[in-house]
Design a protein around this ligand. Sequence first.
Ligand code: BGC
Length: 726
Amino acid sequence: MELTDQAALTSGSAFWRTTAAGDVPAITLTDGPHGVRLQSDAGDMLAGRPATCFPPAVASGSTWDPELLRRMGEALGDECRAMDVQVLLGPGINLKRTPLGGRNFEYFSEDPILSGVLATEWVRGLQSKGIGASLKHFAVNSQETDRMIVSAEVDERTLRELYLRAFQRVVTQAQPWTIMCAYNKVNGVYASQHHWLLTEVLRDEWGFEGLVVSDWGAVVDRVAALAAGLDLTMPGPDDAGDPVVASSVRDGMLPAEVLETAVARIRALVEKSVSTTGTYDAEAHHALAREIASRAIVLLKNDDILPLRTEGQSVAVLGEFARTPRYQGGGSSQITPTRLDDVLTEITATTTAPVRFAPGYRTDNDAADETLIAEAAALAAGSDVAVVFVGTTRETEGADRTDLDLPEAHLALIERVVAANPRTVVVLNNGAVVRTAPWDASVPGVVEAWLLGQAGGSAIADVLFGRVNPSGRLAETIPLKLSDHPSYLDFPGEAGFVRYGEGLHVGYRGFDAREQPVSYPFGFGLSYTTFAYGEATATAGAESVDITVPITNTGGRDGREVVQVYVAKPASRVRRAPRELKGFATVDVAAGATATVTVRIPRDDLAYWDTRLNRWVVEDGDYVFAVGASSRDLRTTVTLAVPGSPDGRWPLVAHSTVAEWMADPRGAQLLRDAFAAGSDSPLVSMAGDDGPYELLGGMPLDRLALFPGSPFTLDTVDKLVEQANA
Ligand code: BGC
C-alpha cells in the first residue's frame, strides 16, 4: 500500500468515520456507552437518532448483576446493527476516585473488581452481535478538571491494583475489539503517547489483540502516538498530520513497521466488522431498560413506609423531576431516547387513590422558591404520604462538581415537606453520590434512583409500589461529608498535576482503613424482605477459591440478595486495605426458602502488585474471607491458608536491611547464626540477646559490616547472600 494511504488510514475521515484508503473500506464508530448516539450530519453536536437510552453506568453498576449487563450489551449490539454502526464507544470503566467526578455517571464503581466483572459481560454481550466495543478511557481518567492536560500522578502498585485492574480483566477475559486512550497524562506522559501503557502493559503483558483508538482529540503528536502503540487517531480528517506521518517514515524518524502494524490492525478491525441495517425491537429494549433500571435502584432507608399501597393511600408527588425526568448526564453519552417514562404518570396509573402533584422547584434555578415550596408542603399536609423527587440539576462530561450537596431549593423542599407530613419518602436522581446527611435522619424513606435512562419513571414506580423488590447495591460509598473522602486533599490538583495521594485507599478502602463513619457504605442496599446468612465455607482449588454460603429469605416476600465476599490478609508484608471486594453473586430467593450461593474467587484476584519483584504475587498464608450484605455488614467469615506464588520471595542482597533478612525465614536463620558466631562483637553484646535485630533493623548488611565492632565482614555478607539465595 502507498505510504500516503497508510498514513491516511491511521486517522479518521470524519467525526465518526475511519478513512477508506487502498483496499480498506471505512467503518463507523459512535458513542456509547448506554445507547447508540448516531448523529445525522446536520444539527446539534450532541443529538443523535432516537435509540434506547439504557441506564447509565452509575445505575447499571448498582445492579451488581453481570447477566443484566450482558443482555444490555446484546441489545446495544442489535441497535448498532440496525444503524450500521461497527464500533460502539464504551464501556467507560475508570474508577470513581472522587464523588465529584463529572463523568462518574458514566463509570461503574469505586471498585475495580465490580467494574471489571460488569464491563466484561457488557463487552461480551455487544461483541456477540459482531459489534466492536471500545473500552475507555485508558487510563486514569478519573476527573474532568483539566482533563486534556492534567497528569495523574499514581504510584505503580496503585495503578496496577486499582486503576488498571478493571482494564486488565476486560482485556484478558473479553478481548474488546478496541480500547480508547484517555485525554490525560499518566505520570507525566500523555496516555496517547504512553508506550508503557499502550504497548508494554496492554499488549505485551495482557495480550491485547485489538486496536488502540484515541479519545476524540487526544492526540498531540501523531508520530509519537504511533510509536507508543496508538493505531487510530480520531476524529478526522487530519490533513496536516497525515503528511507528517508519511514523511516521518520516509525520513526514518518512524520505523516503517510501526505504521504497517497500525495499518494491519485497522485492516483487521475493518475486516471483522459487519455493515448491516434493519430494525430492532424497541419495545423489548424499553422493557429491558426498565428491568435494569428497577434493579439499579438502591433502597437506602425504609422505616416502615415502603412499599406504597396501591389503594386507600393518597400520594403527594412533589418535585419537577417527577414530571420532567432527570435520566442521563450531559456530554458525549447523551442519547435521544425512543420514548421517556415519567414517574408521575406511572404513579397515577398504579394507584387508585388520589395523586396530586406540585413541582416544588425549578430545574433552571437552584435557589429556593417560596411559592413553589409552600404549594408542595400544603399538598404533603393534605395527603397520606409524600414522595419528594430531588437530585442534581447538572452533571456533565467536561466539568467536575464542586460540592456534594443537593441544590438549596431541593434541601429546602425536603425540610418543609417532612415538617408538613412526616410520612415522606425522598427519591434521589443523581449521577454520582450526593450528601444525604443530615436530612436523611428526618425522613423515614430514602430511595437512591440515580440517573436511570428512558424507563426510569416506570422503574421507580415498580420499586415504590413493590412490583419489584429492590436489590440495587451501592457501587460507591456515600460519605457523611466531602472532607471525609480519601481523595479530598488531593483533588483536583493544580498546575497540571493531580497527585493520587490516597494511593491504594480509594473509596471504601480508605474509609475502612481510617475506621471512619459513613452515611451508607459500599455494597449497601435494603430490600423489602430480609436475608439470613448461614456459615460460610471455603474450598481451595488450584486456580481459585470457592466461598459457599447458605442464604435464607427470612421475610415475607420473594427477593434478591447480593452476596459479597471481602478479603483481608491480616499478616501481610505489604500495606493493604482492611478488606477488598473479591467476588459477589446476585441470587433470587423465594420467601422462606434457602439458596446455597457459591462465589468463585480466581487466585489472580488475590494477588497484589509487588514493586520489588515487578510482578503480581499471591502472598503465602491465611486469608480471611468475610461474606455479607455490604462492606460493613459482614455476616460470616472463613479463614483459609492460600499457598503463595512460587516466585514471590523477596531476594536478599547485601544491601537488604537486618529487618528484611529477619523477615525471611531462611535469611533470619543465617543472620542469627552469623550474629552468634560474632557474639564477642561489642555491637552485639551492647544490644543484648534479642537486641541486635531490633536496634540494627534499619541497617543494610553491607553497611553494618563496615561498622567498627561489626560481628562480620563484607566477605561474610557475600557468603550470606549466596547461601540465602541458593
Ligand atoms: C469523550 C469520549 C467519547 C468521545 C467521542 C470524548 O470527548 O471523552 O468518551 O467517546 O468524545 O464523542
